[in-house]
Design a protein around this ligand. Structure first.
Ligand code: GLN
Length: 249
């Protein structure tokens, strides 16, 4: 009886390893799906108590579950995520990461799982009322993000202040050290709600889409992630997760 149980247990283990091991799903370590993120980006990934929570963290957990893997989250600088994935230290990068042509040169992207916008945060009652007023002003961004790339391209390096966290850029704006922040819309809403006297301009700076990055050519893992994402979209799991973190208005 014991022996049968042991054999059964063994085969369950082997099966779950097989669905997540290097040979069948392309993860670097059998049974583990390592996600590199930057947990300074609410509501997608942020610290709560000792945990990293948020929309991305929960979607990643659901993907790992479908693949029969244990999810491991690694919190690193946003602009190190692509290198981490490229060198196989992490299996996937998931950090509200916008799909861009440039990044596609370094990593492969999954199907998209969210639409997003870059928006502009300014002081309430200040003299910046539209995107046209940004020329010549000091713009704060999170280093290495699309906000950084657009601001640097459009207004020149000298007009861009780079911070390691988006929240730091928003605090610098609240303190009057810079004139505006270009950042993703959902974190913008969270940061504005936590700092007095700031507003988000109605006009979007850019429309974007988020996807998961994997090492270039790791089609096995990419296919497994895409399959899981498609199922999670179809069965309403992703909508349910998003609704819990983002209120309707
Ligand atoms: N969506 C932006 C980008 O991909 C910002 C992401 C982030 O700061 N986590 O560059």
């Amino acid at each position: 009886m014991k022996k049968i149980l042991a054999v059964l247990l063994m085969s369950v283990m082997v099966m779950s390893l097989a669905s997540c091991g290097k040979s069948s799903s392309g993860t670097a370590q059998a049974g583990v799906l390592v996600m590199a993120t930057n947990a300074e980006f609410p509501p997608y990934e942020y610290h709560e108590g000792g945990d990293i929570v948020g929309i991305d963290a929960e979607i990643a957990a659901a993907i790992a579950e479908k693949m029969g893997c244990t999810l491991e989250i690694e919190d690193i600088a946003f602009d190190s995520i692509i290198a981490e994935v490229d060198s196989s230290k992490a299996d996937m990068g998931m950090a509200g990461m916008t799909v861009t042509e440039d990044r596609k040169q370094s990593v492969d992207f999954s199907v998209t799982y969210a639409v997003a916008r870059q928006v502009v945060i300014v002081k309430e009652g200040g003299d910046i009322a539209s995107i046209d007023d940004l020329a010549g002003r000091k713009i704060g961004v999170q280093q290495g993000t699309t906000g950084d790339i657009y601001a640097s391209d459009d207004y020149g390096d000298d007009n861009v202040e780079r911070y390691s966290k988006g929240m730091e850029a928003v605090q610098a704006l609240a303190q009057g050290k810079i004139d505006a922040v270009i950042i993703d819309n959902e974190p913008a809403k969270v940061f504005v709600s936590e700092n007095e006297g700031l507003i988000i301009l109605d006009e979007a700076y850019a429309d974007e889409e988020y996807a998961i990055a994997v090492r270039k050519g790791n089609t096995e893992l990419l296919n497994a992630i895409n399959e899981a994402l498609d199922e999670l979209k179809k069965d309403g799991t992703i909508d349910e997760i998003v609704d819990r973190y983002i209120s309707a208005n």
